[in-house]
Ligand binder design. Sequence first.
Ligand code: NAP
Ligand code: 3JM
Length: 340
Amino acid sequence: MSKKYNVAVVGATGLVGETMISILEERNFPVDKLHLLASSRSAGKTLKFGKQKITVQDLSTFDFKGVDIGLFSAGGSVSAEHAPRAAKAGCVVIDNTSWFRQEEDIPLVVPEVNPEAIAGYKNRGIIANPNCSTIQMLVALKPLRDAFGIHRIIVSTYQAVSGAGRRHMEDLAKQTALLMNGRPADSKLYKKQLAFNVLPHIDVFEDSGYTREEMKMVRETRKIFGDPDIRVTATAARVPVFFGHSESIYIETRDPVTVAKARKLLKKAPGVVLMDDPAKPRYPTAATEAANKDAVFVGRIRQDLDSDRGLNLWVVADNVRKGAALNSVQIAELLVKEYL
Ligand code: NAP
Ligand code: 3JM
């Protein structure tokens, strides 16, 4: 019989955590015992994993001894405190928060892009999962970078509210209902109305004027591509979409590039579905293609009208699946296949 692993999901009652549980089941991850962890607020609740009903336990008193893999998605401060404790007990942590992503001895992994980096888990027992917007962008750009080289990326995002967690989704639904009834949006979580609007503000503002979400795309791209000189500039916006981030991406390549060559490469790229036919017209969107799917969808590929070294692309993916839970489970699959 093939080996099975004890797995803990930290933040199991959250949007990312519950998706991790269903993806472990869907992909038949070799789970022996599954531990579901959250704060004391949710301890005692039960969640389903296949036919099993599992009781949620309080992370603060949980002992990670005997747990092989910990999938963490309960926020940065929770990972800061509990991931090193889990790693010390021998559990390999796959962390979905931004807390450890920029630490040099912690690998930051997108399986389609830099799977070899997983080996670095041995340094500290922690592997970081990148930000949702970075993941889908790099899955789409990897084959183009391999073929033509990429000097520069200019990206604007249109990010779904699920990226901010369950409470924000509920808040958008409530704002929408209030406005539809002719009443003020009255959000508890957003300073400005998000329903029927677009907010160029995700995460906190840094001194430079960029938001941290925008800087995650810059810093994480450099680390994952292993290219400190790649020029990346980003604008990140929140849109009133429930699931699926969209990105308008411009790349400047080292070698000449054509739409036909890019399409040919993307058609066979791992994790990518090409949906690009201006004649029909055919292109992917967040709600109609990406939501609830695993792939990164690419369309609207256009040549820069002024350069044979520039392309525009439209890239969408389910931010909770490929942007978070699925990417983590794929890392776990490689970890058990190659290392544990
Ligand atoms: P969510 O729906 O708000 O869920 C938060 C989860 O964290 C809940 O299970 C909650 O448990 C748990 N939690 C909160 N405080 C805790 C504590 N002190 N101790 C233990 N558990 C605690 O949020 P989400 O969308 O699932 O996102 C969770 C985290 O994942 C985010 O904060 C972020 O760091 C990360 N994330 C990463 C990406 C990515 O791009 N890779 C995308 C989305 C999210 P209770 O039920 O007990 O409150
Ligand atoms: C996506 O610690 C927190 O408050 C979590 C904030 C957060 C993050 C993050 O910085 O870890 C919310 C949603 C992310 C992310 O993936 O970067």
